[in-house]
Each structure stands twice: as C-alpha cells, then as structure tokens.
Design a protein around this ligand. Structure first.
Ligand code: GTR
Length: 341
C-alpha cells in the first residue's frame, strides 16, 4: 500500500481495524472521512416523549453543543416519540449499547437500581423546588453515582431533569375526594411501589408501558392513568380522559443516562465534556418545563377538560401510609436527608 492510501486509511491516528472496534464498542454510527482525517461518531438518543417536549429539546441542544465543541466529531441523533420502543425496551437497548443516550423516568429505573426508588415514594417532595434542591445538590449526585456504580444496570447516569408532579386522570368521573378513586383501574409505570400506591389510594393499579396507555384509555382496558400535565396533553391522553385531578401525589424526576458499554469506549476528555453538557441540559430543561407545563394546562382547559384542584391532600397522604411502612425503612437514612434538603 502506498503512503497516500495508507494515510487515508489511518484516520486520526487509528487504523481501520481500530475504527471498526471503536464503532462496535460505541454501538453508534461511525463515519470516516478521509478528507477530514476524522472519525465521526453519531450517538443514538431516545426519549418516549414527542418533539418539542422539554427533555427532548434539552437533549437535542446537548447534541448540538457536543457537535460544536468537537467540530462535528461527536454528535447525536434524537429519536423521540417512542420510535425506538417504549421505556422498558429502550432501557434494555441502552444496556446493550444499541442506544447510547437515553432520557428515562426514575420510575422505570427503580426496578433496576433499588436505591433510586427512594425518589419514587409518594408525597416525598414538598414541591418542585424541593425536588430541584435534591437534584442539584450532593444527594442528587450520590444517587446518580449509585446508578453508575450498579454492576447490573449497565448505565452511566449523567443528570436529572424536571418532570413536574404527577396527578390522576380518568374517563369516568371527577375525583374530588379519595373515595372517588374507589374501584377505578389506573395505569402506572411498571414498578411495584406505584402498584402498591394506587391500591393504597383505593384504585386498582395496572402496570403498562407508556406506549399502550392512550389506546387502553380509549378501549376502556383502564379507567385512568397518572402523569404530569404535559404527558397528559401531548401524548393525547386528555382526549380520552377528561377529568384531571391535581392530586400531585408523585414528583418523579427524569434521568439522562449513557450506555456504560459505549461510555467505556470514549476518551476521558470526551466523557468530561459530555458530563459538563449534561449538567447544562439539566438546568436548561427546567426553564423549558415551566412554559411547557403551562401550555399543557391551557390546552386541556381549552379542550373542555375538567381540572380539579384538591384543596385537602391530607386524606391522600394518609392513605399511602402502608407504602411508607413497606418501603420506607429501607430508605430511612436517605429519606431523612431528602426531607431536610
Ligand atoms: C412521563 C415520563 C416518561 C414515562 C411516562 C410514563 O412523565 O416523561 O419517561 O415514564 O411518564 O408514565 O410511563
């Protein structure tokens, strides 16, 4: 092989075999460009939420900054709206490295990393500002590190994102007091804490993928679900379930995680860059969230949905005591620290 051809095949100091090995390790698209003497890696990013959703926008912006900072060597392609599968499936794909960057709910990570379930306890956070203090401070970092250190998770946790508070909505009637929940079937994220919570509130908790909720509401397989206003509206659940009660029983933060397999193929500098940009995404998403949540509420009202304020949440808080009795002792220390954050 003459010198010119040899140097064409050696990109950024790497042989063709090296490049193929790195590409396989990253599970990402690797494009080599001889003229640029550069290896381009395009990470696959996934979110179950639609385009325009705050988590999707903040992650896309992370990708743009990554491309700018590396002269296009690293970039990401976002697959929103469950294009790559529901939340459970995309976690599995991230674990094996087929997806590199995933935005996922802490509700879905709890069954994989038990320590994370502490943030899935009903009525744990007093309000969003309290949850944000947890995310931004040492407890937030400690919980991210627990995911990363978990040997079976296969994930590197990069940052948190705001997801507001989750409330109950249903197709049958207005829920004004706790007795109105009785006998109704509510979809929850597949996590035993949420099933127990729903049952403790007097309903029947049914675990189901986010991708199935809309049609299950339409066909009557479930009577209701629980989520934040943007998910209620921008996943179209509001067109089937007209009664939205502001129970705000859960404040479940979101997470941005990287595939550990792909992560270990990156240089320390690239890892540090991605961590920095993820922290920026955490802050950016928060600003987007407040506007988007307001838009969702306005849209639901304009569509004639009944938005019910719950003046007294105490009966709901009392009803979930069995959940605290069952799971609380396990997380006692962390719960105490979060409560005083
Ligand atoms: C949303 C969250 C999704 C997913 C969904 C669900 O609020 O953004 O990641 O967890 O809830 O209920 O499945």
């Amino acid at each position: 092989m003459d010198q010119a051809r040899r140097s064409q095949r050696r990109v950024a100091g790497l042989s063709r075999r090296d490049l193929i090995r790195i590409g396989a390790g990253l599970g990402a698209a690797v494009v080599t460009s001889p003229s640029l003497a550069q290896t381009k890696v395009v990470f696959k990013a996934s979110d179950v939420q639609p385009p325009g959703y705050p988590t999707v926008v903040a992650t896309e912006n992370l990708g743009k900054k990554l491309a700018a900072a590396t002269n296009g060597r690293l970039s990401l392609q976002m697959f929103p709206s469950m294009q790559l599968g529901g939340e459970k499936e995309t976690i599995e794909q991230t674990q094996i490295g087929a997806i590199q960057l995933l935005r996922v709910s802490a509700g879905s990570i709890g069954p994989i990393v038990d320590d994370i379930n502490v943030v899935n306890m009903p009525f744990l956070f007093k309000n969003m500002a309290h949850a944000e203090r947890m995310m931004d401070g040492p407890i937030g970092q400690e919980l991210l590190d627990k995911i990363t250190a978990s040997p079976n998770a296969g994930l590197v946790a990069l940052c948190w994102m705001n997801s507001g508070a989750r409330s109950l909505y249903n197709t049958k009637h207005a829920i004004k007091t706790i007795s109105d929940i009785k006998g109704l079937k509510f979809r929850v994220i597949g996590n035993p804490i949420f099933i127990d919570m729903m049952n403790a509130l007097g309903g029947n908790g049914v675990a189901m993928g986010y991708d199935q909720v809309f049609s299950a509401l339409q066909t009557g397989v479930i009577d209701g679900a629980e989520n934040n206003p943007p998910s209620y509206v921008f996943s179209n659940h509001y067109t089937a379930a007209k009664h939205f009660s502001l129970t705000e029983h859960l404040i479940v933060p979101e997470l941005l995680v990287f595939s550990k397999r792909a992560w270990s193929a990156l240089s320390a500098d690239d890892q540090a860059l991605i961590r920095t940009l993820a922290r920026e995404a955490q802050m950016e998403e928060r600003g987007l969230w407040n506007t988007y949540e307001q838009q969702a509420m306005d849209k639901a009202k304009a569509a004639g949905c009944e938005i019910i304020e719950i003046a007294d949440k105490a009966p709901f808080q009392n009803a979930v005591r069995p959940v605290w009795d069952k799971y609380g002792p396990k997380y006692q220390d962390m719960i105490g620290r979060i409560q005083s954050a």
